[in-house]
Design a protein around this ligand. Sequence first.
Ligand SMILES: Nc1ncnc2c1ncn2[C@@H]1O[C@H](COP(=O)(O)OP(=O)(O)OP(=O)(O)O)[C@@H](O)[C@H]1O
Length: 242
Amino acid sequence: MALALEQVGVAFGGFQALAGVSLVVQPGQVMGLIGPNGAGKTTCVNVLTGFQRPTGGRVMLGGRDVSAATAHAMRRLGVARTFQAGRLFTGLDVLDNLAVTGVGLGLSRHHAEVEAIRLLDWMGLAGMQSRSAAGLPYTDERRVAIARALMGKPAFLLLDEPAAGMSEPEAADLAALIRRIATELGVGVLLIEHNVGLVLSVCAHVVVLDGGRVIEAGDRRAILSSRAVREAYLGADHEEAA
Ligand SMILES: Nc1ncnc2c1ncn2[C@@H]1O[C@H](COP(=O)(O)OP(=O)(O)OP(=O)(O)O)[C@@H](O)[C@H]1O
């Protein structure tokens, strides 16, 4: 069951944010989505998760056209996301952030708590259960947001700049977690990141956007050797990432 954009366009008034964008996220794989500021990465995530209706093309999930599905429907169909800002429920503790999400997905309170505890344990966050979500250190907030997105066993997880603001060791820990989510849980992950080195280290396949269009797609070698990518985006990072 794949999650895909087929020739998707998004226009905001007269401005074409995406044009003819096609990409496929496969179960159990981590795919990278990179591109300069304003390239259309978050808009892609919004379309894939039902937060933004495409004005052209189709969103497909397991061969089914889900272009008109709402964000809530997409979440129930197994497409979860995180946001650039953590967006945790700050009035709740960590366990309840996950449990409330589980209840919203149709689990009983008991089952939601059991799954939340299991997930926090799996992520090494068990000791954090009763901490308030307000005022969590930045990296913990990010990890709790990922744990919450994994409630209900989604088939796909879309991560919008999860490493923003992290140190290199923290980003390396995050990379390891993303690999485990794909390999151990079988989740298909779409990773948006400005940290190109992180994307190239984790992703078997990378799509590069610029100006709302796909300018390159392929493995690490294809991305690093692409002149279009170098010109559009990588610049000085290219040497570093190589
Ligand atoms: N709701 C909206 N109305 C009008 N324009 C929008 C809207 N959302 C996004 N845009 C524009 O669409 C373009 C793509 O934005 P998007 O946020 O998808 O890019 P991005 O690649 O995620 O950028 P960044 O890396 O800076 O987060 C930008 O020019 C942005 O200003």
